[in-house]
Design a protein around this ligand. Structure first.
Ligand SMILES: [Zn+2]
Length: 271
């Protein structure tokens, strides 16, 4: 297996995963989406709500707010020995929210949620929850717990997680007359004309659409589009709840543990 990092910004990462099968690449993708644990609000106790929004919708909106922070030290409620419906300090983080509009209409934001653990809180303060007109009031308690994307999408640590085959673009420079049609029609700016030559500027941007070949006046075209079906170009974007490398690392660890378990069970069967 070969991993090569291509680029990273605050919340996303691009890397290639080489010498693996499509099944393995897909297993890694699915593990990142569905198996890496994050915190999200699961139970809400509404003490007062005379806003226009129903309690259920309000609870749903609260659940979808990504929570950041260090969740190490917390256990998921299934593994916790408290067996309590709303959890204990080891398996949940509680929030309170109290807002009231007196003279003007106000917007209640994610930042108005007060967390009992300063390490676990909404990733941004400006996610609107509900608007309150004068005289309206909202008072609630919310309980967040660890969960996985396979239970509900609110626990997904990634907002995007996809891969494609590594594109292999080549140009037979001896045959190409540098008419520039491919430069014009490529939607991903893969090609460029530099001096009197057609160059491949951005091979990894290619989506294998082959528009360049279709619009090339030369038949057969000097451009060849191919892909490496053992190398995958991954793009992973975090919701902000976890650093993106940690999501990849954690998914790999989970896959590793599952493989070990499977191999142990097979060995047990052989005996
Ligand atoms: Zn507990």
């Amino acid at each position: 297996m070969e991993v090569k990092f291509i680029e990273r910004d605050e919340n996303s990462i691009r890397f290639t995963l080489g010498k693996v099968s499509p099944a393995f690449a897909n297993a890694l993708r699915r593990t990142m989406i569905g198996e890496v644990e994050t915190m999200a609000i699961e139970n809400v106790i509404i003490l007062e709500n005379n806003s226009v929004m129903y309690d259920e919708i309000l609870a749903h909106r609260l659940g979808l707010i990504p929570l950041s922070g260090d969740t190490e030290g917390y256990v998921s409620p299934d593994e916790c020995d408290c067996k309590s419906e709303l959890g204990c300090s080891k398996c949940r983080v509680s929030f309170t929210l109290e807002a009231e509009a007196t003279d003007d209409t106000i917007t209640v934001y994610s930042g108005d949620l007060k967390s009992e653990d300063s390490d676990v809180k909404p990733i941004v303060d400006k996610i609107p929850i509900v608007k309150l007109a004068p005289g309206q009031k909202l008072k609630l308690e919310a309980y967040a717990r660890l969960g996985r994307g396979i239970e509900h999408a609110k626990w997904q640590p990634v907002s995007a997680c996809a891969y494609k085959y590594l594109p292999l673009v080549s140009v037979n420079v001896k045959k190409c007359d540098v008419c520039g049609e491919c430069v014009k029609f490529c939607p991903r700016n893969v090609f460029a004309v530099e001096g009197s030559r057609l160059i491949i500027r951005n091979e990894m941007n290619c989506t294998l659409c082959t528009d360049c070949i279709r619009h090339c006046p030369m038949k057969p075209s000097p451009i060849t589009i191919d892909w490496d079906d053992t190398t995958f170009l991954f793009y992973v974007e975090s919701t902000g709840s976890m650093p993106v490398e940690e999501i990849v690392r954690e998914a790999a660890t989970i896959l590793g543990k599952k493989s070990t378990l499977l191999s142990k069970q097979i060995k047990a069967l052989e005996k």
